[in-house]
Design a protein around this ligand. Structure first.
Ligand code: PBG
Length: 326
């Protein structure tokens, strides 16, 4: 047949042809592995709703990051599970807090071979589970929270973080963190802003992984973005860039591919997307039932997030994807 529309099919005939004309590629270089480290445990603890993901001990975290380095994964992002929680989340800036000691371990273990990122929020550290300090009415006090984030950013940088990633969706958080870092001599520490972060039901398994329950059946709809809004994401992203963000993130990923594409078109800084816990858990659950091929669907997810425009993907599939890509 000589129809012009036969052209794409001719180019699909062999694996080599498909490889040659692929518009999007997924590489190990695009992957960021989220990792959990828990204080006061002797053995890694599995997370039931995230099959294959564990809460690490300091020692098992070191081993995992060394293994990721050997597989070529360029970056990890750490989340801490502290033994003690309080109203302010003070373990988030304690120099001996779980993420800070883990960062020091990892600096020793892998140096600059792996980009050490630290999630910056206080929800894992507060006894009420919110991402900031509460005012007298049970709402998060934006401006008082910025001071806590500034302390946590400096503690993370002191401990060896190369990138701090504020995920609390407070207004002005990037500016507050940038100025605190610069004031403490950490002008080379970069900020990856969770810029367009939606109040999503897909974070459920993550909250199991960090032992967070929001007090009184609360939610984060007062500070995270509302799922119907896409244009608003560009305002959030622009605000974070104006405040000095080096990279911006869209989260979750698959239900927000349109937002990733819009952000990619609007900015020239690196764009990250977070394939979140619920997105991972759905694939694992279906695969465990034999309902789909988990590896194939996982790789399709990651490729699609790249196709939408993300430069890097935070994903619990990082290690498996690196093995499959290797
Ligand atoms: C907040 C934070 C959350 C996630 C990353 N950082 C949870 C939340 O906003 O409630 C979710 C990540 C995931 O679901 O994989 N510290």
């Amino acid at each position: 047949m000589a129809f012009p529309e036969s052209r794409p099919r001719r180019l699909r005939r062999t694996a080599a042809l498909r490889r040659l004309v692929a518009e999007t590629r997924l590489s190990v270089d695009d992957l960021v592995a989220p990792l959990f480290v828990r204080e006061g445990i002797d053995e890694p603890q599995p997370v039931a709703s995230l099959p294959g993901v564990v809460q690490h001990t300091r020692a098992s975290l070191r081993n995992e990051v060394a293994a990721l380095r050997d597989l070529g994964v360029p970056a990890v992002i750490l989340f801490g599970v502290p033994e003690r929680k309080d109203a302010e989340g003070s373990e988030a800036w304690n120099p001996d807090g779980v993420v800070q000691v883990a960062l020091k371990d990892l600096r020793d273990e892998v140096g600059d071979d792996v980009v050490l990122m630290a999630d910056l929020c206080v929800d894992e550290y507060t006894d009420h589970g919110h991402c900031g300090i509460l005012d007298g009415h049970g709402s998060v006090d934006n401006d008082a929270t910025l001071e806590l984030y500034a302390r946590a950013a400096v503690a993370q940088a002191d401990a060896g973080a190369a990138v701090t990633a504020p995920s609390g969706m407070m207004d002005g958080q990037v500016a507050a963190i940038r100025s605190a870092l610069d004031g403490a001599g950490h002008d080379q520490v970069a900020v990856l802003a969770y810029a367009a972060k939606y109040a999503s039901a897909l974070y459920g398994p993550f909250r199991d992984a960090v032992d967070v329950e929001i007090a009184d059946g609360g939610d984060r709809k007062g500070y995270q973005q509302d799922p119907p809004n896409a244009r608003e994401a560009l305002l959030e992203v622009q605000a974070d860039l104006d405040e000095g963000a080096d990279m911006v993130m869209v989260k979750p990923a698959l239900a927000y591919l349109d937002v990733i594409a819009d952000v990619r078109a609007a900015v020239d800084v690196p764009v990250a997307a977070y394939h979140v816990s619920g997105e991972f858990a759905m694939v694992q659950a279906a695969a465990a039932n034999g309902w789909l091929d988990g590896d194939a669907v996982g790789m399709e997810h990651l490729l699609s997030i790249r196709r939408a425009g993300a430069d890097m993907v935070l994903t619990y599939l990082a290690r498996r994807a690196a093995e499959l890509l290797g």
